[in-house]
Design a protein around this ligand. Structure first.
Ligand code: AMP
Ligand code: GLY
Length: 439
């Protein structure tokens, strides 16, 4: 059991991780680097504010200085920057993939390649290095499918490099905008339709243990309108995805991908996030991430009924319990409840979030029973809090079912305010009709 854990990152997902790990038996200290003012206020958390999470040598130095027995890397950028590689080289247990393994997220073309070799279905796709051929292909794809086309930056874009387009003209405009913004190669995909699900597993390079499934809401506005964002709200469990469905997803998606990554000499240790879409033709993988989702982590972690630290340490050492005998035994114990999170975002998010707006109502929201995870807040000299990022807070309600959880989250969102605060009012409001995974 790890007693001192270094959590790298400082957003809402890392707040949830520090909150969960810091409350586990045997844990003496969580070091949050760079953390945030709000993370530092959690019990047993100590903050190293000045740390640059993209500097592998600096992370190794902090891990050594604080004698961390386990390092958990939250965001994708430090993974892509090779922070896990440096920790592995230094002999420090790290839960989070090497840069080579994190390519499953940092290059969408690479993810398609791995999925194809692993026999995992994804949307039809092609990659382009220049606008002309990309536009011609997107027009062709849009007219072939009749349901639009999706344009994606190949590399990391914090969920904002994706344009879901209704027709070829919209795709052409998106392609030009992305190339002009220097997005690099673009992936053009067939547009799939159906409810989405995030199934995230704890992986040790070979074995996988699923966390409860969650559903993110990626568009900015109610009714799934507006631009894609990093995520505007989430809930767990999913009424249209049973535990058996999740087992089948791990068996047919996570494990084949782990096997293919190991075969390539880049085994994946960390949270493997499968972004899925449940279409009428069956289940498709939309994307892989090399980490927990944000805001999915904020609704999943409060549902876990057992400590996470020992499992992450075992996975970091490549020693999760064997899973081929009985898949059901590989599910984590989960509380018999539901949780639902609403993201409160700054004025101007996602294009140009405004900072420095004074936040009120946090105490009232907590008193109403919500968990409040901070992503972009800062303590002012006067002791108040102000906005300091695009996604500012995630308020999470818990209850005996999703409707009860939603009531708490909605109430908390109504109690908090700042100038220009944006949030969706329909997270979990139209719970999807069952589709049945794996068909
Ligand atoms: P990604 O970063 O690849 O997951 O894309 C972000 C979001 O864009 C997904 O969660 C979907 O809502 C949407 N999206 C991505 N690819 C597709 C696709 N091929 N068809 C329909 N929607 C998609
Ligand atoms: N919420 C989606 C993500 O973290 O990528």
């Amino acid at each position: 059991m790890p007693t001192r854990i270094l959590v790298v990152g400082g957003g809402g997902r890392e707040h949830a991780l520090a909150w969960k790990l810091g409350a586990e038996p045997g844990v003496n200290e969580i070091v949050a680097a760079p953390g945030s003012d709000a993370i530092a206020a959690e019990p047993r958390v100590r903050r190293v504010a000045g740390l640059n999470p993209l500097d592998p040598a600096a992370v190794v130095a902090i891990a050594r200085e604080r004698a961390a027995e386990l390092v958990v890397i939250g965001p994708e950028a430090p993974l892509a920057a090779g922070v896990a590689d440096a920790l592995v080289d230094a002999g420090i247990a790290v839960f989070g993939p090497t840069a080579a393994a994190a390519r499953i997220e940092s290059s969408k073309a690479f993810c398609h390649d791995v999925a194809e070799a692993a026999g995992v279905p994804m949307a039809r796709s092609a990659t382009f290095a220049s606008a002309g051929p990309a536009i011609a292909h997107a027009r062709e794809e849009a007219s072939r499918s009749g349901s639009g086309v999706v344009v994606k930056a190949d590399g990391l874009a914090a969920g904002k490099g994706v344009a879901v387009c209704n027709d070829g003209d919209a795709a052409a405009a998106a392609i030009e905008t992305l190339f002009r913004a220097g997005a690099g190669p673009l992936v053009i995909e067939e547009r799939l339709r159906g409810p989405e699900a995030s199934v995230i597993a704890i992986c040790d390079g070979q074995r996988a243990i699923a966390l409860p499934a969650a559903r993110d809401h990626k568009r900015l506005l109610d009714g799934d309108a507006g631009p894609n964002t990093g995520g505007m709200g989430a809930y767990s469990p999913l009424p249209d995805l049973t535990n058996e469905d999740v087992d089948r997803i791990v068996a047919t998606i996570h494990r084949p991908i782990l096997a293919e990554m190991a075969r390539r000499g880049t085994p994946f240790r960390g949270f493997l996030y499968a972004g899925l879409i449940l279409t009428e033709r069956g289940l498709y993988l939309l994307e892989c991430n090399a980490r927990l989702g944000d805001p999915e982590a904020q609704v999943i972690l409060p549902r876990l009924a057992s400590p996470l630290g020992p499992l992450l340490l075992a996975a970091a050492r490549g020693r999760l319990p064997d899973d081929d005998a009985d898949t059901a035994a590989q599910r984590l114990p989960v509380l018999p409840n539901a949780s639902l999170g609403i993201v409160l975002a700054a004025a101007g998010y996602p294009e140009a979030p405004r900072r420095g707006d004074a936040i009120t109502g946090l105490g009232e929201a907590s008193a109403a029973g919500a968990l409040v995870f901070h992503a972009g807040t800062k303590r002012t000299d006067g002791g108040g809090l102000e906005t300091d990022g695009g996604r500012v807070l995630t308020v999470v309600g818990r209850g005996h079912d999703l409707a009860a959880a939603r009531d708490v989250a909605e109430q908390a969102a109504d109690l908090i305010s700042w100038t220009g605060m944006q949030h969706r009012h329909d997270i979990g409001a139209t719970l999807q009709a069952p589709v049945g995974a794996g068909r």
